[in-house]
Design a protein around this ligand. Structure first.
Ligand SMILES: [Zn+2]
Length: 586
């Protein structure tokens, strides 16, 4: 951490650094403990130990923090944010001591190049939800229902399109504004997901999505649709789409998921760091059936079901495959390391996808030429397929081949096709949503959706299919003054304050952009609690988060006392925060 103001605390911090450098933190700990013990009232403005005459907030590990500081901040959160967080949190005994962090928007966990997009903020939560399909979907154009429409409402709406009874215990409600009341079923129902294609991303590049605009007008666009849960992250949200419920209930809360036994695993893989295809496993966390699961059982597996995607994060769109008793192996084509793969234990992948669909080279060549030069580069970059305009049309080639060869939409048993365009998320992480590369990628996805619909008109016929286009989250723009939260520095500062010398057990096991996965035994061994750490972090500032002897980045010099987080609180206190904010009352 870093001291923004010259004061007597500078000396204190200086001492602390020297002490640490000398390998002894006893003095520091004594001071820190003194700081904590000194004041136990609620006067957050009370001067910290050794503060001298400087009245600015005390930086660093010796700052006085009221015991319940975390609660004060959390109870001041907008109720809507808390509602989203509650829906996204799996409240198990194992997660009780984990800590939920809510950065002050537009701060985010990341760097000045790499942003995260998990949070309850409107700019991440607002997503397109466009229904289209003459004969089944109304042409209502832009609609703003007078209620909260969340992404999980897609499932109940699709169940209604399928004429399938919907489980009453799920929050998903049919979006009747989009349904024209047809009693016949479509031959094909298509779900298209634009990864990272939330409204703030689309609005950044308004000229790049004429197809979406046309669909909004010809079909029905739910203009106030939101993700409805936080973290707004790919595995969790895609699972909400098809289960019609929230991560709290379906179990796929994030990319790294804390299980009941305390293990941290991936959303759809044993290893939280493995997005690969062959390890894709719906039995690890997913505890709710999906629309495709139910439809498999409902039709005795007569329905054809397929997903074309990149990696395993979106597996929840399809669900269990053959892991569900009585269901069959749906087609799941996951792009993984230059080829298409699947986990054959639960899913299938036709061989022709890798052997007979032309490779992506012609789309890569077209991308290369987009900037006017055939130099093997796109806007000066080597072309990374997944994050480039070359990927969407190639995914289409694979999807079209599957649809045609398998005869999707041919008979009266409604088939389900799930299409996931990864490129906007990948490009957003790589170049950021404000970079022109993002505009290129969005234009490519929009064109691919146009081609997809032309293909449906051709193969299945207008009047025989219904579709929805949506996105799983918005993105965090650079250059908006957000502070990129340095996780390393945060971890160091936490351990400087709370880690006792001679204790082997760590406090922290792992972190994501919204959760600190704590080590319960480590907390106990260090004589601290997630509440104490949360309170400390609630007062953590930009200045604190800048490593010692590092200058503040340009533009942040005057903001060093600014708090980074809107709130930080232990998972086990969420019921209290739901109650003090009234988050679930409306
Ligand atoms: Zn992402």
């Amino acid at each position: 951490m870093r001291n923004p103001m010259p004061s007597t605390r500078t000396n204190l911090l200086f001492l602390r650094r020297r002490a640490a450098a000398l390998g002894t933190v006893v003095l520091v700990l004594a001071l820190a403990v003194a700081g904590v013990l000194r004041l136990t009232g609620d006067s957050s403005s009370a001067p910290p130990t050794g503060s001298g005459s400087d009245s600015s907030p005390d930086p660093g590990s010796t700052r006085f923090v009221p015991k319940d500081a975390y609660l004060k901040d959390a109870c001041a959160l907008p109720p809507k944010w808390v509602r989203y967080i509650w829906r996204g949190w799996d409240a198990s005994k194992a997660s009780a001591q984990d800590i939920i962090v809510v950065p002050q928007p537009r701060n985010y966990v990341g760097t000045f190049i790499y942003t995260a997009h998990s949070g309850p903020y409107d700019y991440l939560q607002r997503i397109p939800m466009i229904w289209y399909g003459p004969g089944f979907i109304t042409s209502s154009g832009h609609v703003t229902p007078d209620r909260e429409v969340t992404i999980d409402d897609i499932a109940a709406t699709q169940a209604q399109l399928l004429g399938m009874e919907w489980p009453v215990d799920r929050p998903s409600e049919p979006i009747t504004e989009a349904l024209d009341g047809s009693v016949t079923r479509p031959k094909l129902m298509v779900t298209i997901s634009i990864d990272g294609g939330g409204f703030n991303d689309l609005e950044q590049w308004p000229e790049t999505w004429p197809t979406l605009r046309r669909l909004m007008e010809q079909g029905t666009s739910i203009d106030n649709a939101v993700v409805g849960s936080s973290p707004s992250i790919t595995p969790a949200v895609h699972t909400s789409i098809s289960t019609g419920t929230y991560p709290r209930f379906h179990g796929v809360t994030a990319i790294a998921v804390r299980q009941n036994d305390g293990d941290i695993v991936g959303a759809y893989a044993d290893d939280a760091d493995s997005p690969g295809a062959t390890v894709a496993d719906p039995t690890i966390n997913l505890r709710t059936t999906t629309v495709p699961d139910m439809w498999d059982l409902h039709t005795g597996n007569e329905a054809k079901i397929a997903l074309v995607t990149s990696g395993n994060y979106t597996l929840g769109l399809v669900g269990h495959g053959a892991a569900l008793e009585g269901a069959d192996k749906d087609i799941v084509a996951m792009h993984d390391k230059e080829e298409w793969a699947t986990n054959p234990t639960y899913f299938s992948l036709p061989e022709y996808v890798n052997t007979e669909v032309e490779g992506p080279q012609r789309f890569i060549d077209a991308t290369d030429r987009m900037d006017g030069k055939a130099d093997g580069k796109w806007r000066g970059h080597d072309i990374d397929l997944d994050a480039s305009p070359a990927f969407p049309p190639w995914e289409n080639e694979v999807a079209f081949e599957i649809m045609e060869r398998e005869g999707f939409g041919e008979d009266d048993v409604t088939d389900l096709f799930y299409m996931h365009y990864k490129a906007p998320d990948a490009a957003g992480h790589k170049y950021n949503m404000i970079a022109p590369e993002q505009g290129d990628v969005l234009a490519s996805v929009d064109a691919a959706i146009g081609d997809f619909i032309a293909r449906l008109d051709d193969q299945v016929g207008a009047g025989n299919y219904a579709l929805v286009v949506t996105a799983d989250h918005g993105q965090t723009p650079l250059e908006q003054g957000g502070w990129p939260i340095n996780r390393n520095e945060l971890r160091k500062d936490m351990s400087e304050r709370f880690h006792k010398e001679g204790v082997d057990l760590p406090l922290l096991q792992r972190s994501s952009s919204t959760v600190l996965f704590m080590v319960p035994e480590g907390l106990a061994a260090n004589g601290t609690t997630p509440e104490a750490i949360s309170s400390f972090m609630s007062r953590y500032t930009i200045g604190d988060n800048i490593p010692p002897s590092t200058d503040p980045p340009a533009g942040y010099e005057g903001r060093l006392n600014e708090r980074i987080f809107a709130a930080v609180f232990p998972g086990r206190t969420l019921p209290k925060i739901v109650s003090c904010t009234g988050a679930l009352e409306s």
